[in-house]
Design a protein around this ligand. Sequence first.
Ligand SMILES: [Fe+2]
Ligand SMILES: [Fe+2]
Length: 146
Amino acid sequence: MLINQQNLPLVAMEFMNEVHFEDVALLNELYELILDYEKTPNKDNRYKINAKYMQWCNHTILHFKGEEEEMLKKGFPVYMIHKEEHENALKSMSDVFEKWQADEDIKYLKEYVCEFTPKWLVNHIQTMDTVTAFFLKTGQSLCSMG
Ligand SMILES: [Fe+2]
Ligand SMILES: [Fe+2]
C-alpha cells in the first residue's frame, strides 16, 4: 500500500473527504501496477498502468472541478489561488504521462506517483483544501492576511 487512508488529513466538508479517499484508492491501485511492471516489464503490464493512470487523471479532473464549483458558488475569496494549484497539478500529471509514453522510464513514473504525489496531496489537503472546506462550511476565512 502506498498511502493509508487513515493517515489522510480530514477537512470540514464530507464530500471532499470522500473524493480524497477515492483518490487514495486509485493511487494505491496504480502503485501495485507499477510494482508489477517493475517485476515484469511487458506490454500487458504497461497497458494496465496506462489505463489506471488515465482513470486517476479523469478522477482528479472531477475532484478539482467539484471543489472549484463549490468555491465559485459560495464566493470563496482566494478561488484563483486554489484553482491555480489544481491546474499546475493537472499539467504535471499530463506531462509525466507523456514522458512515460515516450521513454517508458518506470523509475521516473514511480518517483512521481509514489513520492511526489503523496506529498503533494497531503500538503494540498492540509493547506488549500482545509481553508476552502472551512470557508464552505462556516462562511469564514481561515487565511486572514493580517
Ligand atoms: Fe481536494
Ligand atoms: Fe483542492
